[in-house]
Write a protein that binds this ligand. Structure first.
Ligand SMILES: *Cc1c(COP(=O)(O)O)cnc(C)c1O
Length: 339
């Protein structure tokens, strides 16, 4: 344990002490329990396995200079999970239960929260799966909610950096009225092949266009998209993207910095006009984009001429990180603080 090199950790799975569980059965949620068992035993006809009745969340806890642990906006994750539950016919997990379980998962694995200054954090992964048997396509009667945590290293090991992304027109991630607004594993399975192709070609992610017209920007595989121009933060309005809590936070911070914030459709052509652009999500906060290639159309949008992140992206990134680590005051009460 003391041999963990926090700043060298990657985004992998490192075993921790406990995971938290709660079972839904006979129409109600049971008690929150902690276990050291990292496996689950599932019926071979469980709905999560056959019909993708599965949802997850992702959030982080940070160790402050003051020795307090801060969990970033867990209530937002609780509400988003409820929305996902509605979308794929799972019973809604009460927000209070989610909050209690997240805090318990962090407290019981306290020794795995990376120290202040390492740039690392504790990743928290809540998971909700249909566990009971159905052969016909119907929602399960029983569910298992699990939370595990694992320490993750700093996203940018060599400092805040840009990467290129790619538009691959032969793939879609989510349909306009499909499950794109829900955090379900199925969307990730749908994007795996395109993501793998993008990586093989040296891109960090696929930038998906809307599946219907292939005209408007949706999001990057597991992260939202934003562009910056004329002191304006622009991010897509779409019925097929996941509402990112990082994006929501950045929109607030951009407003506080005196910027205009616009949530609207972004046409592909508009990409040529951005002074800065980035992917945003829990993993990186912001991953700035250097260029966007539309391979099939033989187009390339150069966002950063010198390959460096832009000043506004950097400022937003540093501000959000400072709030998460407790260096700056948390005026909106975003952090759930564990004393
Ligand atoms: C989780 C996720 C995001 C990022 O959301 P955050 O709440 O900021 O971590 C963006 N897009 C997709 C598809 C996601 O699943």
């Amino acid at each position: 344990m003391n041999t963990l090199n926090w700043s060298e950790l990657s985004f992998g799975y490192i075993p921790t002490d406990y995971n938290i569980r709660c079972v839904y059965k006979d129409g109600k949620w049971g008690e929150i329990e902690a276990t050291t068992d990292t496996t689950i035993s599932l019926h071979i006809a469980a709905t999560s396995l056959h019909y993708g009745q599965e949802a997850f969340e992702g959030l982080k806890a940070f160790m402050g200079k003051d020795g307090k642990i801060r969990i970033f906006r867990p209530e937002e994750n609780a509400k988003r999970l409820q929305n996902t539950c509605d979308g794929i016919m799972m019973p809604k997990l009460p927000v209070e239960l989610f909050m209690e379980a997240v805090k318990k998962a962090v407290v019981m694995n306290k020794r795995f929260v990376p120290p202040y200054g390492s740039g690392a954090s504790l990743y928290i992964r809540p998971l909700l799966v249909g566990t009971s048997a159905q052969v016909g396509v119907k929602p399960a009667d029983e569910y298992l909610f699990v939370i595990f945590v694992t320490p993750v290293g700093p996203y940018f090991k060599g400092g805040f950096q840009t990467t290129p992304v790619v538009i691959l027109r032969q793939y879609d991630r989510a349909a306009p009225l499909g499950t794109g607004t829900y955090k379900v594993g199925g969307n990730y399975a749908a994007g795996m092949l395109a993501g793998e192709k993008a990586h093989q070609m040296g891109y960090s992610a696929v930038l998906y266009l809307d599946a219907k017209e292939k005209k408007y920007v949706d999001e990057c595989g597991p992260a939202n998209f934003f562009g910056i121009k004329n002191n304006t933060y622009v991010t897509p309005e779409s019925t097929s993207i996941l509402p990112s809590i990082t994006n929501k936070s950045l929109m607030q911070l951009a407003k506080d910095m005196g910027m205009t914030v616009e949530r609207r459709r972004i046409s592909e052509e508009e990409l040529a006009t951005f002074e800065e652009a980035g992917q945003c999500g829990t993993a990186a906060v912001i991953s700035p984009i250097s260029k966007i290639d539309d391979i099939d159309e033989n187009k390339s949008y150069i966002i950063s001429k010198d390959g460096q992140p832009g000043p506004i992206s950097r400022k937003l990134y540093e501000k959000l990180r400072a709030i998460q680590y407790g260096d700056d005051s948390d005026i909106y009460g975003w952090n759930a603080v564990i004393e």
